[in-house]
Design a protein around this ligand. Sequence first.
Ligand SMILES: *[C@@H]1O[C@H](CO)[C@@H](O)[C@H](O)[C@H]1NC(C)=O
Ligand SMILES: *[C@@H]1O[C@H](CO)[C@@H](O)[C@H](O)[C@H]1NC(C)=O
Ligand SMILES: *[C@@H]1O[C@H](CO)[C@@H](O)[C@H](O)[C@H]1NC(C)=O
Ligand SMILES: *[C@@H]1O[C@H](CO)[C@@H](O)[C@H](O)[C@H]1NC(C)=O
Ligand SMILES: *[C@@H]1O[C@H](CO)[C@@H](O)[C@H](O)[C@H]1NC(C)=O
Ligand SMILES: *[C@@H]1O[C@H](CO)[C@@H](O)[C@H](O)[C@H]1NC(C)=O
Ligand SMILES: *[C@@H]1O[C@H](CO)[C@@H](O)[C@H](O)[C@H]1NC(C)=O
Ligand SMILES: *[C@@H]1O[C@H](CO)[C@@H](O)[C@H](O)[C@H]1NC(C)=O
Length: 581
Amino acid sequence: MGFSTLLTAAGLAGLSLAAPPSYRPKNTTYYNPIIPGFHPDPSCIFVKEWDNTFFCASSSFIAFPAMPIHASKDLVNWKLVSHVQNRPEQFPGAGNITRASGGWYAPTLRYHNSTFWVINADVDAPTTGTGIFTSKNPYDNNAWSDLTVVEVGGYDPDLFFDKDETIYSQAAVTILGDPFTTDIEQFNIDWPSGNSTPRHFLSNGTGVQPPEGPHIYYKDDYYWLLLAEGGTALDHQVTMSRSKHPTGPWELDPANPIQTAINTTSLFQTVGHADLFEDAAGNWWGVALSTRSGPEYVNWPMNRETVLYPVSWPKGQWPVADKVHGKMSGPLPPKNLKVPGTGAFVKDPDYYTFPPGSSLPRHFTFWRFPHTQNYAVSPRGHPNRLRLTPSNANLTSFPTFDPLAGQTFVARRQVDTLFTYTINMEFSPSKQGEEAGVSAFLSQDLHADLGVVYTNGAPHLRFRAEGPGAPATVVKPMPKSWCETGVSFEIEAFNFTHYSLSAGAKGTVLETFALVNNSLFSTSFTGAFVGVYATTNGHEEGGSPAYFSKWRYQGQGQAIDDGQYYPSNGQRGGGLYSRDG
Ligand SMILES: *[C@@H]1O[C@H](CO)[C@@H](O)[C@H](O)[C@H]1NC(C)=O
Ligand SMILES: *[C@@H]1O[C@H](CO)[C@@H](O)[C@H](O)[C@H]1NC(C)=O
Ligand SMILES: *[C@@H]1O[C@H](CO)[C@@H](O)[C@H](O)[C@H]1NC(C)=O
Ligand SMILES: *[C@@H]1O[C@H](CO)[C@@H](O)[C@H](O)[C@H]1NC(C)=O
Ligand SMILES: *[C@@H]1O[C@H](CO)[C@@H](O)[C@H](O)[C@H]1NC(C)=O
Ligand SMILES: *[C@@H]1O[C@H](CO)[C@@H](O)[C@H](O)[C@H]1NC(C)=O
Ligand SMILES: *[C@@H]1O[C@H](CO)[C@@H](O)[C@H](O)[C@H]1NC(C)=O
Ligand SMILES: *[C@@H]1O[C@H](CO)[C@@H](O)[C@H](O)[C@H]1NC(C)=O
């Protein structure tokens, strides 16, 4: 995409995000993505019984804690309220996955019998890694149950509770031995045993391979089967069919696909893997994943994000979805930030000083299960510091790596097209290979790091990236005094295509070590994180700790599809930018 950063004088005056609450049916303007950053495969519900709140779950692959739950009262402001898997013991196998694109794929979130239900498949985990978690309080991590194993036999499992309390699940199942050929198969689940009946064929959708992400709804005496087809890249699309019976046969919507960005020039591509829900006023809404790549599909470091669109679904008729754009309009509930829970709103900036007695915020994320003793807030003698104890494995790890051995790395998602991340570090390495610093990270196979490394008998600043076409490594000697007085790091996404990674003595003007074309990262199922790491690079455990302070993440602008940038965090920061086509 060719974006320039031309500031216009229009400022914020024309934007209505700060407008006072308006009551439906009046439409208000909102901006996609509603849950920006790495939040793919959204499954969302409206729960009247929980004070008219919307809840969404999304995929996390091997990031941990897993399967974030966001809550909102207004569909625009989403707070991270819990994670479905937040304790290793809920399903220990989730930490024992080597492949970067394994882990928890697309969850289905439902509310039934005063209980929140999540069904999912943990791809690459032992076969027992599929099944159901339940909770009676979505604001409390501890309320999420251990996994009740349900043999899904595929991925993207759905959960549908019929009127007679029969529980149907439908999932994408790989057929003909080809990972890109699936069908949708169905089985029944007995609860609470989790026992399931044998699977049977349910649907091929419209025949566009691979059908995935099924969801069944009941409305107006019909069962409705929503599917994702075409794969999660540029051919992604949403299709609908319906039946008088939950097991089919299915009548296809003549208007399929009912939602897609195929053949458009929109910035918002790959629209698919949808879910539908009805709000308190009877308005229907759809969510889906989308990638802000434009049809060029070259630069998309945040990968698949959660977008929202209004749906018109008159009684007994097929649903009609508004197209996904950056700037949208619909009958939103009034603005309401009174969402319970201690987590941050997804669009909030970070400023963390790690004071004594505090803990890591809920949106701080690890790669697989953390070894919690390697992360200490304000340890004795080091107030207002986050201490990282290095892992033997570095961020890339190595072929014989035991996934349960831990990689010392803690990060947050990139949620803005443009952002600045800064942090200070004190680190006095003394052995060959000891290293700590900052990383823009998508997976163990795709990351760009800038750190202090002890090599050739002295500390050096080193930029190093992993991935196809990664820029060359840069190594520069560093004055030893900086180890104690501190080094500052900055990662900046300064335009649509590039990050800069900079470092220098704390409190001075930083030197840029590398510009990284973020197309480096456009091959993953995951999206970008920024954070800090410490490693001995394969040498023995227990190396020199690193002390980090003043963690800041500030969004500087969101690309939207009408040729402009929208300010990060609503009315705060940023400005309007134009796209140069
Ligand atoms: C971003 O900046 C880099 C480095 O200056 C430049 O090569 C690239 O073309 C810029 N990208 C855009 C979209 O302007
Ligand atoms: C982890 O996975 C490996 C390979 O599948 C297996 O041999 C090992 O027993 C697993 N360990 C645990 C603790 O699950
Ligand atoms: C829901 O509650 C009803 C009434 O208590 C019960 O019969 C039914 O089995 C419950 N369904 C599930 C899935 O737990
Ligand atoms: C569904 O699609 C698969 C793969 O193309 C095909 O083998 C199968 O016959 C189809 N089933 C039906 C009922 O059309
Ligand atoms: C996209 O364009 C191609 C080529 O013109 C056409 O065959 C296809 O049907 C279009 N797809 C949709 C969903 O419009
Ligand atoms: C409000 O938005 C919905 C969804 O786009 C649309 O169907 C409806 O016509 C709009 N209403 C008004 C009064 O503009
Ligand atoms: C960024 O990488 C892409 C893909 O390799 C390439 O097409 C593009 O020209 C690169 N941009 C710059 C400014 O180097
Ligand atoms: C990362 O660790 C592996 C295994 O210990 C090692 O071979 C590799 O050189 C390390 N990478 C760097 C950049 O030191």
